[in-house]
Design a protein around this ligand. Structure first.
Ligand SMILES: Cc1ncc(COP(=O)(O)O)c(C=O)c1O
Length: 377
């Protein structure tokens, strides 16, 4: 018999669709670039493995990589040093370690709705209670401060934010970041800011939470930006004393992050900016292709995503998000039902545009056919 937490934990709606897919289906369901890691990064990984970097390393990560990451945050806070940085075994592991390090049983954690699939289950795994706050399309997928105020209780400990957002593509302008920081200070909350899509912004400017307050933990990842989702490597940035505490949990979750992957990422951070820029340029072109295409499908309406690499169209077709996503799956298109991200995702589909233009074009054809067959309302 398994523990109650195991019985209660949800299987991610993203994974469920993935596992039910027919062969050769077009996969716009998983959030991963169709790129390979930059050539110099692949070379560095092979060199590291050949040259004996196959052993345990420090649980906080290799000092040189921690220092390199810290350097990249010094424009946000010049005092950032390697002591603020932990290298993790992915953004997902970083989020779990942060949840286990920060949440006590009974604590309340404000999580976005719709929001990434791990925030609420991680809160529950730590015995805390996720309290969803709304990100409404009509309000540019930005939080409503009045609602946040109304959700705060004496048990609220943490505000989880994610900009650019998965699944909405929303990006918080600096003014919104400032207001959220003020809100957190006023109520003595820690902000956990998931910034894994920070480099993928197509409208406006990315505003990081780092450097705005001493109560911020940034969770980040190399998965998307270096196109290495399968390598499982990420990082987080936290106030020094908190980094020490989070590192205790991180050690018990995974002992240490992959040593050769860290050596390769260090090369990526030093040498791959042109490859990263080229990938983001391609995402920008695909974003234009898919949003234009979706808005021409009868029964679909898509706000162009300001960041990340997801279109999050609303549909006006019969059936729930699950039913529509299942019907599309049978026609060979894997999408993610919007309500996998929370109740406010109902009536939406999430489509990743980190897929080839050819696949995006074929996906649009499937959607047009589906719209014709169901007769949009
Ligand atoms: C918002 C967000 N945070 C974190 C992650 C975790 O990424 P990884 O575990 O690959 O670093 C993802 C992956 O899809 C994501 O979309």
């Amino acid at each position: 018999m398994v523990a109650q937490r195991t019985r209660e934990v949800e299987i991610s709606g993203i994974r469920r669709m993935f596992e039910a897919a027919p062969p050769n289906a077009i996969n716009l369901g998983l959030g991963e670039p169709d790129f390979e890691p930059p050539a110099e990064v692949i070379r560095a990984l092979c060199d590291a493995v050949r040259n004996g970097m196959n052993h345990y390393g420090p649980s906080a990560g290799l000092p040189a990589l921690r220092a390199k990451v810290a350097e990249r945050y010094q424009d946000r806070d010049p005092a950032t040093s390697h002591d603020n940085v932990l290298i993790t075994g992915s953004g997902s592991e970083g989020l779990l370690s942060v949840a286990l390090a920060l949440y006590d049983p009974g604590d309340e954690v404000l999580v976005p709705n719709p929001g990434f699939v791990l925030y609420a289950p991680h809160a529950r795994l730590a015995g805390a209670v996720p309290i969803p706050y709304d990100l409404e399309e009509e309000h540019g997928f930005r939080p409503n401060l009045d609602q946040l105020e109304s959700l705060v209780t004496s048990r609220t400990r943490v505000l989880v934010v994610n900009s650019p957002s998965n699944p909405t593509g929303g990006v918080f302008p600096k003014a919104v970041v400032d207001r959220l920081v003020d809100f957190a200070e006023e109520h003595d909350l820690t902000i956990v800011s998931d910034e894994v899509y920070e480099e993928m912004v197509y409208e406006g400017r990315f505003a990081s939470f780092w450097g705005r307050s001493d109560r911020v933990v940034v969770v980040n990842s190399f998965s998307k930006i270096l196109a290495m989702t399968g390598w499982r490597i990420g990082f987080l940035v936290a106030p020094r004393s908190l980094a020490v505490e989070i590192n205790k949990i991180h050690y018990h979750v995974m002992a240490c992050p992959s040593t050769p992957a860290q050596a390769a990422v260090l090369v990526g951070l030093t040498e791959s900016s042109a490859a990263i820029r080229a990938m983001v340029r391609e995402f920008r072109a695909r974003r234009a292709l898919i949003t234009r295409g979706l808005n021409r499908v009868p029964g679909l309406a898509c706000v162009p995503p300001a960041g990340a690499f997801y279109a999050f169209p609303r549909f006006h077709w019969p059936g729930s998000s699950q039913e529509v996503a299942m019907a599309l799956l049978k026609r060979g298109l894997i999408s993610t039902p919007g309500d996998a991200f929370g109740s406010l995702g109902a009536g939406h589909l999430r489509l990743s545009f980190a897929a080839s233009r050819e696949n995006l074009t074929r996906a649009l054809a499937i959607l047009r056919e589906y719209a014709r067959d169901v007769g949009s309302v």
